[in-house]
Design a protein around this ligand. Structure first.
Ligand SMILES: [Ca+2]
Length: 353
């Protein structure tokens, strides 16, 4: 059945509502951080203006003038000016909406409620909650407001009117209350309200203590020895590595790696030209090390054509035409004298064998 126009209307309305709800949830957290920033800037402004109008003198007149400024509307305005960046829409909006509260606090509440964040953000405009509490009613975070998540995680929405109070645990911890240890960690201390998870030895998958003798189970790449300790598996010695022909196996703690053989080798047992199983073509074994063969000094001529010269290279050699000769159809022919036939003499020739 095709959806009717009213179905579609209802659907888009529901979607809009859903978006607004999730927006509102995010707004609750960010409204609190905006408010917090405003009150922090207020404290900074308060300090800044305390120094600003002090002349250094100590006459009675100056003291009177100073004490008048201390609680003056001028000073309040100077502080308020520095509360928001001009680019921060949320900050300026909140300030505009609640500016009269700052006057009330400044003139009437400051002495009784010296903590502006508490008075303004938590108690008056209700966008924040006391530390360790969250949500519209400032309920205690999981694990209690004193030590949310038992000190091993962060409570969602902590200190704001948003969030759900659930814990996201620090590294090493898991569970609703962040009291349990994840695999690879063990409980060094544990009771109903306190838990300390410490990392296992690198060889353990799970463990009860800090050494490789305390593993419950070895991690992949390690195996139990006679004393029930987890020790590294030497994959290279076991032959269980999967290195390619021109690579050698290098054992590492918990694993192994494959490294390329020296280019003079055809197969090898380690790094360098003296660890070859056999020499690559163009190289020969000289007292256990593979070295380049000089094909040009062999009794048998490497370059057989007339007017050719042999040039030795690492692992190979090449044949080039002698000076005064150039390659033409696979033969070395005399280079035409200047002006005779320049068109055919431009390319140099190299025959790599
Ligand atoms: Ca290994």
């Amino acid at each position: 059945m095709l959806p009717t126009a009213s179905d579609l209307l209802f659907f888009s309305f529901a979607l809009l509502l859903l978006c607004q709800v999730s927006d509102a949830k995010r707004d609750l957290k960010s409204a609190c951080s905006t408010c917090k920033r405003i009150t922090e800037n207020f404290d900074k402004g308060f300090e800044r203006t305390a120094k600003q109008n002090f002349g250094g003198g100590n006459t009675a007149w100056e003291e009177r003038k100073l004490s008048k400024y201390e609680t003056s509307e001028i000073r309040l305005m100077e502080i308020i000016e520095g509360l928001c960046d001009s680019s921060s829409f949320e900050c300026n909006q909140m300030l505009e909406e609640h500016e009269e509260h700052f006057e009330t606090w400044w003139f009437k509440r400051k002495t009784k409620h010296p903590d502006l964040h508490k008075w303004f953000c938590i108690e008056t405009i209700s966008v924040c909650c006391p530390k360790g509490t969250f949500g519209p009613d400032c309920n205690a975070c999981l694990g209690g407001s004193e030590r949310p998540c038992h000190g091993n995680g962060a409570c969602d929405g902590d200190g704001t009117r948003g969030g759900n109070g659930k814990c996201s645990c620090d590294k090493g911890y898991k569970g609703e209350f962040c009291l349990d240890c994840i695999d690879g960690y063990f409980n060094a201390v544990r009771n109903d309200t306190f838990s300390l998870c410490t990392e296992c030895d690198a060889s353990c998958k799970t463990c009860t203590g800090a050494t490789n003798q305390d593993c419950d189970e070895c991690k992949e790449g390690w195996e139990e020895d006679d004393q029930e300790s987890c020790i590294d598996v030497d994959e290279c010695a076991k032959g269980s590595s999967t290195c390619k022909e021109d690579q050698y196996c290098l054992n590492t703690e918990g694993s192994y790696s494959c490294k390329d053989c020296d280019k003079v080798c055809s197969g090898c047992t380690g790094a360098g030209p003296d660890k070859c199983q056999s020499c690559a073509s163009g190289y020969q074994d000289t007292e256990g090390t593979c070295t380049d063969i000089d094909e040009c000094s062999q009794p048998e001529l490497a370059c057989t054509k007339e007017h050719q010269e042999c040039v030795n290279t690492k692992g190979s050699f090449s044949c080039i035409c002698s000076i005064g000769y150039e390659e033409l159809d696979g033969e070395c022919v005399e280079t035409p004298q200047k002006g005779e036939d320049e068109a055919t003499s431009s390319d140099s020739f190299m025959d790599v064998c």
